[in-house]
Design a protein around this ligand. Sequence first.
Ligand SMILES: C[S@@+](CC[C@H](N)C(=O)[O-])C[C@H]1O[C@@H](n2cnc3c(N)ncnc32)[C@H](O)[C@@H]1O
Length: 278
Amino acid sequence: MSLMEALNGRPAPSLRQQMREFYQTSETYKKLLKHHDTAYLKTFVTLVSGHARSNSQLLEVGCGNGIASRMLAAQGHRVVGTDISPLFLQEAQTWQDQQLTYQIADAIELPFPDQHFDLVCSNELIEHVPDVEATLQEMIRVTKNGGRIIVAGPNLCSPITSVLDLLRLIAGGQGRPIWAETKKQAFQGLIRNIEYYFQKRSLVEPNFVFRQPDLENQIIGGDADSVYIASPIDLERFFENAGLSIVKLSVGFGLKGRLVAAFFPRLSPYISMVIDKK
Ligand SMILES: C[S@@+](CC[C@H](N)C(=O)[O-])C[C@H]1O[C@@H](n2cnc3c(N)ncnc32)[C@H](O)[C@@H]1O
């Protein structure tokens, strides 16, 4: 099976445990997370702080090395950063103070009471969870009525990404590992993403599609470990069906990003969705 190929059905139940162990023990992945520094995380932090009331009680789910949570706390919010991996949170746990704490927690079982936070956010998390509905449901549960949820990360179903892949390869540039290594693969990705777009838009329920993650250390990177082929249309359907309202389907950054977000919010290469819980 090609690495970008979708699974027929749901991931095997044993995969959840395998992925948990992977994030809890992979030193290679921890090294990759070093690239997620303040410059890398600025876009996400700007997205969250731009949509948070001042002095919010804020939860970040799947916070990795914890840097984004620290940046948000530095802006005056009270922040809890959670991740499934004690290994990734090791250093962050030394930064804790009254404004900022970290907890090891699986996104499908958040150790907080119902309606506890003003704002719940995640960056580059949902594509790594085999139980994406349970994760989103937990995010909703711990958000206060009148509170907000922000989900960010790659749109792994973006036809725009596929067109850019194809153009780059035709111009003699480098392929994108896993998803578009050759022109043929980029073209197949484009067709697949166009099909997903029309199919998902025609459905009332979200249609979460999964892939077999590759957890081999030597090829980690480029979202090789992703398991859910993340789509903003699935999120839109899920949150609307749960009775929440979408404030912004896509926020977008930079001039090009904002134009794409304004005119083609579901096609944007980056998911940046703002949702309100009534
Ligand atoms: C690509 S990293 C992103 C980390 C961070 N949000 C960032 O943007 O730098 C994915 C993160 O999701 C975490 N993760 C994966 N599955 C999880 C789960 N079930 N519950 C909580 N965190 C999880 C991993 O440990 C990892 O830190």
